[in-house]
Design a protein around this ligand. Structure first.
Ligand code: ZN
Length: 328
């Protein structure tokens, strides 16, 4: 009871856990669970996060939940169904919902609430809040030399770049309510597990530039670039800074971005399967050499895509129960 109250009163999660340990020995060995209301628990993949990072939020109930919603970073939390919501069947483990919480790479460090609204098994609405500390990201600064036009663009180029930025923002602002992917996300290049430069603060030809919002994978021009997961192509064109670019909508506010391609092999509206080739590595746009620039945006937050690969890998291995439609 005490843990429930402290969450309602918006005390820190750690204080809640400390209080919980005093009153609930069962919480001692568990990883950051917090009781929202009796029978409904919240869990985060980590007790804190940092700029450009991701958290997985889980809401688990013994009984089917209705009217589950949440708010993070001024946006609605897009939950998906992770396990069977039928409580009485022998194979069911209750109703488990998951959601990704993105922390933009320029979000000011501090403590921010995630708010979860749920209707309890008895039908009463309840609101629970967990405070999440966000730390400063550890990003290096680098100096680069690129073609002068990319640092000092002329007025037409500035207008073009601004229009493209606004177009991308409008795309990332839309949330497709369906989850279009299943399972885990993959790195877009075969045989590659890691990339670099995410979040780097850059000095371009001596002038401060915007932080680097994706991961770079150096590779020879012509290397196949694969879709990180199922999704729909929502942009496939040349952009001023990113060169030939493809953006895939995976649903639930999740978008992956593939830049500097030498060749685009898909078009807007195409439904791609995970692993499908969408283009080839190249050196178009603002580059210092051939590479793939891979970005991930979740509810407008620019986050490290390699974290999504890792975060869902673990969950898929741990939890592979088939899901079923609620109410059947
Ligand atoms: Zn890049």
């Amino acid at each position: 009871m005490r843990a429930r109250h402290c969450i309602r009163e918006r005390l820190s999660l750690w204080l809640c856990i400390l209080l919980g340990l005093l009153s609930f020995p069962a919480l001692a060995g568990a990883k950051i669970p917090a009781t929202c209301v009796p029978g409904v628990t919240l869990k985060l993949s980590a007790p804190e996060s940092s700029q450009g990072s991701l958290l997985l939020l889980e809401v688990r109930s013994r009984m089917p939940m209705s009217d589950l919603s949440g708010e993070w970073n001024g946006r609605n939390v897009a939950f998906w169904q992770a396990t069977n919501s039928q409580p009485e069947s022998k194979t069911a483990t209750g109703d488990l919902r998951r959601a990704l919480l993105g922390v933009d790479l320029e979000k000011a460090p501090g403590t921010y609430p995630v708010v979860v609204n749920v209707r309890t098994p008895s039908g009463k609405p309840a609101t629970c809040t967990v405070q999440i500390p966000i730390l400063k990201g550890k990003f290096a600064t680098e100096s680069l030399h690129v073609e002068k036009e990319f640092v000092e663009p002329n007025p037409e180029q500035i207008q073009r770049a601004n229009e493209e930025r606004d177009r991308l923002r409008a795309i990332f602002d839309q949330v497709t309510p369906q989850k279009l992917w299943t399972g885990e996300f993959r790195v877009p290049l075969d045989g590659v597990t890691t990339g670099s430069n995410f979040g780097k603060r850059r000095i371009l030809n001596g002038q401060p530039g915007s932080p680097h919002s994706g991961v770079d994978f150096p590779a020879p021009t012509g290397t196949s670039v694969h879709a990180a997961q199922n999704g729909r192509v929502v942009l496939a064109q040349e952009l001023f800074f990113a060169g030939n670019t493809v953006v895939i909508d995976h649903g639930l506010g999740i978008y992956t971005f593939y830049g500097h391609l030498s060749e685009i092999d898909v078009k807007v509206g195409d439904d791609l399967e995970s692993g499908q080739v969408l283009g080839k590595v190249g050196a178009t746009g603002r580059v210092t050499g051939p590479h793939l620039h891979w970005g991930l945006t979740i509810e407008r937050a620019r986050v490290n895509p390699l974290q999504l690969v890792k975060l869902l890998q673990k969950r898929v291995q741990v939890n592979s129960q088939p899901s079923a439609s609620p109410g059947t």
